[in-house]
Design a binder for this molecule. Structure first.
Ligand code: SF4
Length: 64
């Protein structure tokens, strides 16, 4: 299964991923995006859109 992850060393907290795919990504109090679910069923397209629209290339979405 493909798992999205955010690299905290790259994330600038811009909020694009949360705006695009709020079911999966949420900005925390630390101004970093966090993956907030383990159930990615049906969310593949929005996760991929978040990956493509992350200006820091901070999101990976790969097979585990
Ligand atoms: S789009 Fe990228 S840089 Fe912006 S909050 Fe999400 S992970 Fe961080």
């Amino acid at each position: 299964m493909k798992i999205p992850k955010v690299d905290p060393n790259k994330c600038s907290g811009c909020g694009n991923c949360e705006a695009i795919c709020p079911e999966v990504f949420e900005l925390g109090d630390d101004d970093q995006s966090h993956v907030i679910t383990n159930d990615f069923g049906g969310l593949e397209a929005c996760i991929e859109a978040a990956v493509e629209n992350c200006p820091e290339d901070a999101i990976t979405y790969e097979e585990e």
